[in-house]
Design a protein around this ligand. Structure first.
Ligand SMILES: [Zn+2]
Length: 162
């Protein structure tokens, strides 16, 4: 039976979880290395969908999972998409029972997965420091974190830096 976790998280709880996970799995400057490390160590795989563009997480009976991303998106955008799907994995599944997440999830879950992705890829304290150093230039800050300019701009707004 599909299980999904309906509890809600505060931003602080999500930030704390993302920070622990980052500490455990991220070691290089390239965020995709860290994301692939999380996926590999938790019996997951990353697949590219060449047909209908898909951004999904599916957890199977045996607890393994697959994240699917579209074929025609930019690598920088893919970083955020994969981090978002991992947000569903850590926040909204029990990681051992079949479950499926796509864009039709509730707004609350989608928002939480976005918070998780932002915290995982752009931890607030590091992001504030880098933004100051780089004169709040979204492109340069984005390059520092290996994310898209759009993601860095949203993060600056959310953190009240611009
Ligand atoms: Zn989602």
């Amino acid at each position: 039976m599909p299980t999904s976790n309906n509890r809600q998280y505060s931003k602080q709880e999500i930030a704390a979880m993302a920070s622990q996970i980052r500490e455990k799995y991220f070691s290089s400057e390239n965020p995709m290395d860290g994301l692939l490390n999380i996926i590999g160590k938790n019996h997951g795989t990353l697949e590219v969908s060449f047909g209908v563009p898909e951004e999904t997480l599916k957890i199977r009976e045996d607890g393994s999972f697959v994240i699917t991303i579209p074929a025609n998106t930019s690598p920088l955008r893919d970083v955020f998409t994969v981090a978002h799907e991992l947000g569903h994995y850590f926040l909204h599944s029990d990681r051992i029972s079949p479950a499926s997440f796509n864009r039709s999830g509730t707004n609350q879950k989608e928002t939480e997965a976005n918070w998780f992705a932002a915290e995982l890829l752009m931890p607030a304290h590091l992001f504030r420091k880098a933004s100051e150093e780089l004169q709040y230039d979204p492109q340069r800050v984005a390059a520092r974190f290996g994310v898209s300019g759009a993601a860095a701009r949203v993060r600056m707004t959310v953190l009240g830096l611009v």
